[in-house]
Design a protein around this ligand. Structure first.
Ligand SMILES: [Zn+2]
Length: 321
């Protein structure tokens, strides 16, 4: 029997030995004892954030790569984002129990990317909430996402099933609800990071849980996104009077950091648009952009695809002009 402490020590020892040895040593055998622990940040009496690892899903993190938000209500917990596998979901559930012994009664999914919701299966009996489009995308792409996760972490995930939400909200709506005595506003902007983003605003706590519409310390992923809408959503969130912005990946953000991300996205968009108008190729555009805020970060490999996606969106828009 390996204790949790020993497993954690073992994990760090392996990391020190380097990626290759870690890669060989942790495969299927050690999983389950090697999940990195989240860092728990207390925002208020009832709102906590579990900051997960920021590296993309791999054998070391076993698909644990997101932030989750824990909202402790009257008789139960509202959990925003459940992780990338059933085991990650249970690991997050264990972290929730260190905060409160109330059960998780509601699970909110911020979007349909597997790292954020494939852990739903670990919260049996909880009511699942998402945008309408997120539900559609989970039904359409869930098995594909499961395969992506299995390949990234290097093993099959027989216990993980893509479970779509039962309660959904339509695009372009903001709906206030009292859940477990907590006032929540479910905000579904026009498709931004994906076609079906759902942000959770807690006006009384001055918190916005933004999914991957906000990221910190990693490059925003535009592959399934819509950059013009995304910039507009970033504009709108700055007007909410929020003090604590919870990104899908990375450290909590201040209003100033949200403004910084918005400006970086706008410069990126404007630069690609200028290049498109000048008839430049995507590789020429890449050379002309100032990418210094992103090219040293985690996931800098997505920059090329981001340029491609922005280019396609700008090209499609140009037909309407
Ligand atoms: Zn995402």
């Amino acid at each position: 029997m390996v204790t949790a402490g020993a497993a954690t020590q073992g994990y760090y020892a392996l990391r020190r030995l380097g990626a290759l040895i870690a890669f060989l040593a942790l495969g299927t055998a050690a999983y389950g004892q090697t999940f990195p622990e989240p860092r728990t940040i207390r925002i208020s009496d009832r709102v906590y954030v579990l900051l997960g690892p920021v590296q993309h899903a791999n054998r070391l993190n076993q698909g644990y790569m997101i932030n989750s938000t824990v909202i402790v209500g009257d008789k139960g917990v509202i959990l925003v984002d459940s992780g990338g596998t059933a085991e990650v979901g249970r690991h997050i559930g264990t972290a929730v129990r260190r905060i409160t012994d109330k059960p998780v009664t509601h699970v909110v999914n911020t979007h349909h990317h597997g790292d954020h919701y494939l852990g739903n299966v670990a919260f049996e009996g909880a009511t699942r909430i998402s945008s309408e489009m997120c539900r559609t995308m989970v039904l359409e792409t869930g098995d594909e996402w499961l395969g992506i996760m299995e390949r990234a972490i290097g093993r099959k995930l027989p216990g993980t099933k893509p479970l779509a939400a039962e309660v959904t909200y339509a695009e372009g709506t903001r709906t206030q609800a009292i859940v477990q005595g907590v006032r929540l506003i479910f905000w579904v902007p026009r498709g931004s990071h994906t076609v079906g983003d759902l942000l959770v605003h807690l006006p009384d706590d001055k918190v916005l849980v933004a999914g991957d519409v906000l990221v910190s310390g990693v490059v925003p992923t535009l592959q399934d996104g819509f950059i013009k809408n995304w910039i507009r959503t970033l504009d709108e969130m700055q007007a909410l009077g929020v003090a604590h912005f919870v990104p899908g990946h990375g450290e909590l953000m201040t209003l100033r950091e949200v403004t910084g991300l918005r400006d970086a996205m706008f410069r990126f968009y404007s630069g690609v648009k200028q290049g498109f108008r000048n008839g430049q190729s995507e590789s020429e555009i890449r050379k002309s952009l100032d990418l210094s805020m992103w090219d040293k970060l985690e996931r800098s490999h997505v920059i090329g695809r981001n340029i491609n996606q922005a280019y396609l969106e700008i090209e499609a828009d140009s037909f309407d002009e």
